[in-house]
Design a protein around this ligand. Structure first.
Ligand SMILES: N[C@@H](CCC(=O)N[C@@H](CS)C(=O)NCC(=O)O)C(=O)O
Length: 205
């Protein structure tokens, strides 16, 4: 049995999907939360100088999505065949694309550029993604994104928009997205996930 240490700031951010995967799989790991003030002196021990990174036994690996995919595969959440894994990954990339557009807008400093990005996000990117996601959940008809049980895709969807759906724009939108709303409930009430959500540190993001 491998030993795992997940290093990140005291945030959900880019580490929360891994934490949810550990929780769902019921696998023990050390959830190491680095103080921002101490980060500069620790940066050189992180692969690529960024967080999160995962120590598996005594080897360290960076890049959050590589870590997430490794854990998802290890914990049997990538489906039982390669085509199912492809469908899961396809959906995960849709989430990543939509989230990246949201993050780019959030961090844009130039006001005029920010306004352009925000308009595109509100009028096209987010509604289009949500529409596609509602249709996908309806078509699959099992309550899960791919196949008949929870996979990596469900955890990525749940975590990817967790902050958005708790906020002033996302919360009212969710009332009109019946499939996604039901999906959020289904994921968050899955016993091992619920147990983590109930105790996880309350952080701003
Ligand atoms: N593509 C990388 C991005 C990692 C990244 O930018 N991490 C940020 C925190 S979310 C970080 O380490 N910031 C501190 C720094 O760069 O010194 C990943 O997904 O892991």
């Amino acid at each position: 049995m491998s030993t795992y240490k997940l290093h990140y700031f005291d945030l959900r951010g880019r580490a929360e999907i891994a934490r949810l995967l550990f929780a769902y799989a019921g696998v023990k790991y050390e959830d190491i939360r680095i103080d921002r003030a101490k980060w500069p002196e620790q940066k050189s021990s992180a692969p690529g100088g960024t967080l999160p990174y995962l120590e598996v036994d005594n080897r360290s690996f960076g890049q959050s999505m590589a870590i997430n995919r490794y854990l998802a595969r290890k914990f049997g959440l990538m489906g039982s065949d390669e085509i199912t894994a492809l469908a899961i990954d396809e959906f995960v990339e849709d989430v990543v694309e939509c989230r990246s557009a949201m993050i780019a807008m959030f961090f844009e400093k130039d006001e005029s550029r920010k306004a352009t990005l925000e308009k595109k996000l509100k009028e096209e990117t987010v509604p289009n993604f949500m529409k596609k996601c509602e249709a996908k959940l309806t078509k699959n008809g099992t309550g899960w994104v791919v196949g008949k049980s929870l996979t990596f895709a469900d955890i990525v969807l749940f975590d990817g928009f967790d902050m958005f759906f708790s906020g002033p724009e996302g919360a009212p939108m969710l009332t009109k997205l019946s499939q996604i709303a039901a999906h959020r409930t289904r994921v968050s009430t899955t016993p091992k996930i619920k147990a983590w959500l109930d105790v996880r540190p309350k952080t701003a993001m």
